[in-house]
Write a protein of this length. Sequence first.
Length: 1092
Amino acid sequence: MNEPTSSSSTSNDRTKKKSESSKCFYAFRTGLPDNSEIQGNHDLLTAYGLGPVERAFNGTRRVKEKMSAFLPHVIGELHLDATKEASSLRALIEKPPIHKEISNLSSSAMQGFKLSAGPVDERDSPLAKKKRMGSRKFAENVPDVSTDDVEKSENWNNSYELLSWMRNDEIGSDAVMEGPFGPRKVVYCDYTASARSFSSIEKYIQSEVLPFYGNTHSSVTVTAEQTTLFMHEAKQEIRAMSGCGDQDSVIFTGSGSTCAVELLVHLLQSEAGNEDVVVIHSIQEHHSNLLPWRKLAKEMRSVEELESGHVDLDNLKAVLKEVRENHGDIKIIGAFCACSNLTGVLIDVQSVTKILKSCNAISIWDYASAAPYIPITFNGETPLDALFFSGHKLPGGVSSPGVLIVKKYLIQATKPKRIGGGTVFFVNDSDEWFLKEVEHREEGGTADAVGAVRLAMAVKMKRAVGEETIKQLEETISRRVFKSFNKTNNLVLLGPSTVEGRLPVLSFLIRSPNSNLFFHHNYISVLLNDLFGIQTRAGCMCAGPYAQKLLGVDEELSREFVNAIQESPDLDRTHLRRQAEYSQQEFLRPGFTRISFPYFFTMQQVDDIVSAVEFVAEHASDFLHLYQVNTETGEWHHQNQRVFHGRRWLGYIQFTPSGLKTKAKIVPDVTDMNTCLRLAQTLALEASQSINLSKIPDGRVAVNEKFQRLRWFVLPIEKQSLQGTVFIPRKYSDVPVKQIPEILGKLDEIPKPSENDAKEESTCQVICDDVVCLLKCDDQSTKAGATENVGVDESEAEDVKQMEDWNKRVIVKRIENLRKEEERKQEWQIPPLEMYKKVTDVIHQLKMIRNGDKVLVCLSGGKDSLSLLHILRHYQQRCNKARSTSFQLGAITVDPGSAEFNPRPLIEYCRKLNIDYFYEEQDIIGAAMKTPGLRSICAFCSRMKRGRLAAAAQFHGWNVLAMGQHLDDLAESFFIAAFQNGNLSTMKAQYTTKDNQLRVIRPLIMVREKALRNFAEEKMFSELPVVAENCPACFNQATERHRIKQLLAQQELIFPDLFNSLRSALKPLLLVVSAHTSEMRTQAVQNIVNSS
């Protein structure tokens, strides 16, 4: 090697004056794994913050640490101190064996490591760099991220190797799902929505990031400093990828593009906030780049698209001209997507931006769907003003923040969008001063440092493969898929037919071959899932206006759909437990199925997925009668798999002294895609032959008569009949396609992934297959003739005695002879007169409470049982004053041992009320987990609680249990029993257990739920300890009781007197007093006969 020379004689003279021990120092920097090369000492690369004299040893130490990862046997020879020349290190590196070994290191192992030595040029001093680069961030000695030019063929070879590694490293590539047709390997084809994690990235985070994780609002501790450095370096990666400069701000925000747009809208507004704005957008925009601008804009203008799917530039010019003529110098914002998330068509960003700039408009770009796959040039020939993208869409970027890049001169806001920690410069008692630097001011709170690191690594991986390579791969897959889909019978592709400049994102419908209707998009998606394990997306993909245009739905038809599927505004959304928008016609919502292919799939994988879609297009009708649709959600499920059997549960994770415990689940062997295709052929034949044996309900009656014409999809009952469809998808004309370089040959040479044996995976123990309450009860509950848990008997009490430790209880005894002043301090509430009268009428009519009774109110902490306690207390006081019925009043609670349900506040509450109170603890949840073959945890829990209540009441000498079920509960139980079990029954008003030791009463059976709710809410200021119902088994999804409740609520809108009618109709069933199944039905029939 030749000795390095200084850049000028002045520099040489200056260097000669220094001592020999300070002539040289070593430094390194990181670059791209696929573009880096080891350089000799001809290049002087200085590390930020390392001086030529004082820090020469530090620089050598850092080189040593960097090299130790891959040359451990070399590092043993490096022994430099601050007094020796660095030339000894250089001499060591120049040894032929070692130099050759360093030169042959793979780029991924080197991480772009570069080593050089030589005298310091004055232009490379830290002061000179600061002058050239401006004020740097805290981590000024973070290595530069740079690339070196390499040959295109070499770049492709590196990418070629990385693709194979990515397929093996993707987390979930060997996942197995349990479906109605058997286990299937999960094939993830929804990268456009969210990408997946990679094992190596997660391992790096676990080993290098999390051990030194700390809060970024400090820099004096090693954890805080390291985390801050990670944040700055992650931001540098984003800058390097997008070509940002000092005039641009890069901000991490929220969970994706939606948060980034909201922040951008805030930044563009001044404190006054009264500037008029016109926003121009394409018809392809995602909701996140459309709805926030509607809030800001005085006027929204849409630009049409060409038949190729690109923005109509002539129409854009015309719209800009019209806006300028109508509004003068008003601010114009152009908001466009770089790629459609429905069709994958890439937009000519530079051409659109040039036209916007020619009219002095602000150019804003949504790169959410494009950023993972194409180059981003923020400061190109025509610089962009702002862009944003979602980190979670990049392969490897799962759970990473959104990114906003914006020109600093556009920022008008001086206060942060989210005011709080990390956004202020100084705060006193009366005022606050916010940070001036927008990147710091708008990243308030605790930064998502781990997500930022994950995003940076995803960006590095993208650049390692090569952005141009990715783009070519995507276009190649697009052409391959389009060629097949265009020839597929019954498959209707949405969007333009062009494949040039397009990502492999395809939206489609499957037409019924025997009618003009389509198959529902959710049905197609679930069929691909069940038959082949292919994960697709169904719906409108959050781009409603463009989706409707593709489907051929005009404005008038769109409003008809809204009227059909909208929830009634009169429904109670505050108190009814709702998991989503409620509409009985939700399944009418138009939509389609979308599939997307990641660029690292082999061509064999692509062909297999295409074959699966082609099979579904041909045989979808064969399986239709096996599936059921939920009209309230639009979801389709196989008739034998309405419950998610393979669900992973957080609720059943156990933390023990030995660590986290879950029950390991054996993963069954799965077949490859070709075998799945052959099996699907057999299944299709069997399904078509069994159609005459299936009972197919007429789903047409589920559609409101006035909305019948809006049904665009076929139902099982009518798949052979010819129908008319309400919309016809838009047909794009064919557009000539240019040929692009073919790289199929390279791809076909990629080794196919090996078929590994299925491995065991650890999963949470699912303790019930059917979590829907009351749908499937235990045997004895079913024999009782109703799905509702109607009472207790001595067998249940005996079961409890055998399994439970009776020492787990808390007893609160009533204090006798309290002074009147102390009694007045008690927080007893007086119920409304109307409600009180309904309760006392039932008590007197059915003789529920008698002289000498000892009544225990079953207290759960909910509004119903608490209200019952206060009503019976008021009734007791009235009886005492009238010297009529004399009875004792107490309360009892059973704690089932669920972490999500904590009724312990009731202990102190009942102590303050001065009543006898029994708090019984029983590990019902734990017992359920130990019970093999359990079908319903809800039925098991109810049975155990009933037994505990009965046993405890008898143990303590009480003879009456008062339960808080109301009229709504009775009506719901009646319909559940009729719909699910075919029984004419409901909860009984009162009855005596089989051993005649205990009476169960329900005094609230004539009271509406909303009356009890109003009473409880009015007394909230008196600290009623209403305990939230948070049982994980009961409320993880909509139960049958929840559905019936909503059905009755809908009917009550039409028939306001509905519950009065139901009360009269149910009266014969309420008067059944027996606990024996055989006697209950006989009495019910006799009561009906007598009432008629």
